[in-house]
Design a protein around this ligand. Sequence first.
Ligand SMILES: *[C@@H]1O[C@H](CO)[C@@H](O)[C@H](O)[C@H]1NC(C)=O
Ligand SMILES: *[C@@H]1O[C@H](CO)[C@@H](O)[C@H](O)[C@H]1NC(C)=O
Length: 372
Amino acid sequence: MRVHSCFVILADKDYVYDAPCDFSDGKWVRDKRGPLYNGTTCATIKESQNCINNGRHDSSYLYWRWTPSQCHFPRFDPNTFLQLINDKRVAFVGDSLARNQIESLLCLLATASTPKRVHHKGCRRWHFTSHNASLSLYWSPFLVQGLQRSSTGTLHNIMHLDRVNEKWVRDVDQMDLIVLSVGNWFLVPSVYYEGGKVLGCLNCHDLEYTDIGFYGPLRKALRTTLNSIIEKKVGKGNGIDVIVRTFSPSHFEGDWDKGGTCSKTRPYRQGEMQPGEVDGEIRRIEMEEVENAKAKVKQLGGFRLEALDVTKLAWLRPDGHPGAYMNPFPFANGVPKHVQNDCVHWCLPGPIDSWNEIFLEIMKKWEKQPRV
Ligand SMILES: *[C@@H]1O[C@H](CO)[C@@H](O)[C@H](O)[C@H]1NC(C)=O
Ligand SMILES: *[C@@H]1O[C@H](CO)[C@@H](O)[C@H](O)[C@H]1NC(C)=O
């Protein structure tokens, strides 16, 4: 067993790592180079995340770089990423943060090769002809089967914690790498089912079910998901790589549903604020389930699994959300009485780009080790 610090061997112009390195431990430091793309160079930014085009004028939030304390962390290299996904099918599965991350990745990769939108039933898909690689996005905010609450439908989410959502899992045979994104939809009122029976609920005051909170249900949903991927893929054919991206905290000052805003223009300083208890607990559950699944497949082979641990670095960036700039020029006619704010998703470009930089480092590390 090697030592657990991160020592490096110089090889050509890149660094090779001999020991695991914790990319989640670090800080944001000023970097005058700024992002690799912008709303002019990237055509696929969703309007509600295109903060600069929507009139956000402070730009200093673009000039910070995540700097892990123990690891060499090269700037995102789109060509290296594309080489690593050559002939591969990458799927992002989950909630709208999955979409946010894939859109960041599309912009980062588009600086080297233009993706082509292709039509496919059940998901959005882009193809990089240069590398015969595809990126797909599956909407499945609980990962398991269920029904989202909505203003016109049910007041609560309905979730079947022991049944994975067929919508994406039926395509697992056509995936080489899956990035899972889950968490935010578990914070709103829900009724949970297991074995077809009600297990309990979250904030369902109008119903006579026991409130069981959402930590247990989230753990079950993630376990069901990882187990189904293992069942479908492990020991069959070419195996699969899975990434669980940990919880992305939001930064509402005030209640999210009562006009809360996020108007900060710089990252938190070290020690200025402590991460929320809920953010930390969701992350802990996700990390534990990744470890549980790793232990389960240790003897089997064909499966590589890693947490993409972004909770801390994302938490430190209250300045990275669209806020009022989720809409074009929200203050064009003065300050309106009610301004809708998005303090959940991330501006593009923005701090979310660092998630894909770490994603790339995980793949580089995988290249050097066989599947467990
Ligand atoms: C976007 O990036 C391009 C290329 O780096 C640059 O020429 C252009 O000025 C940028 N546009 C904005 C609005 O920052
Ligand atoms: C392109 O990639 C797919 C898998 O993603 C593979 O099945 C196919 O053979 C590849 N095509 C070529 C021409 O290599």
